[in-house]
Design a protein around this ligand. Sequence first.
Ligand code: HEC
Length: 314
Amino acid sequence: MLFTGLLLAGCGGGGPVDVQTADAVPLRLDRDDPGKLLGSVLGAYLGPDGGDPVEAGLLSGDGDALVLHPQRLPEAARAALADANGDGAIDWEELAAMLEATYVDARDLPPTLDALRQQADYRAGEPEWFTVEVDGVMTAARRRIHVPLAALREAMRAFADGGTLDYPAGTWIVGEHAVDGDVVETTVKHRRPDGYWDFAVYGPDGALAPATQTEPRSLRVPTQCTGCHLGQRLFEPEKSFPAEAGDGPFGPRAIYVPDAWRSREATALFDEHRRRDDGVLGLYATLYAGRLLADREAGTLGDDDRRLLEALGL
Ligand code: HEC
């Protein structure tokens, strides 16, 4: 029996593969939408702007028959990749180990929050930044999310023109995690020109970190970020908006905005959390449009904002 088993394994898998020298290695990821996942995580190794791993010759095949070409990976990434279980293919655990060891260095992100603020001064607040507070699914800490208003308005105009909320390349979205009023960690998304977002976490010391630390569970970069951010699952409190959401297992689920901003029309128009155009999960266009509608009601809307609402048909 054992002998037959070994023979079969030998025929099917071809034995362990040496990723350091092989030209082609089968990928067996057993993940939803592997093309999108690989576009995001392998695109990260194609230079500052990212890129298409198929066009770059790093990936070939499709569907269940994806093949990685490890010689096209940067040296440091290839060195961290191995067919650890010797089954002749790279599975998700093996790829994840390589990503968790090398992604942050490969992305050339600002090494500290001070350096990040020189590129994106998210604490400047209005009028450059639109800020909302959320108790959501990522952490038990309160999240304060900062979205650059020029980029948000550009995405809303793109929606008015072409029906999708596309953010410009280079957009930073920053989520600060506050416990008892202190920022204990910061999570970041940065829009690459290739259409995907980079993910980053800054720890309590303000330096890039491999994972979040707040309760209820640590989230590793980028492997756990992509799990939710590239998936289709709906989360509270975004799912119930504009209605209030019930509590989650580790506290409230809520978006802290004035009731006047909770517009049914804007929520229905963008259908923002479910559609997640451009891979963005929060309700920034919905909330901002809700605020403009409240301003219109109050008679305080400026001309630019009036035109934006008109273009959106709100
Ligand atoms: C359990 C699912 C889940 C995981 C895992 C997750 N996120 Fe999120 N993320 C969300 C949801 C839902 C939102 C929108 C609501 C919010 O901000 O809480 C969001 C919002 C964000 C935002 C604001 C931009 C946006 O898309 O709305 C950033 C930045 C962000 N996440 C970064 C990260 C990073 C970095 C990681 C990995 C360390 C990560 N996320 C892991 C679900 C998740």
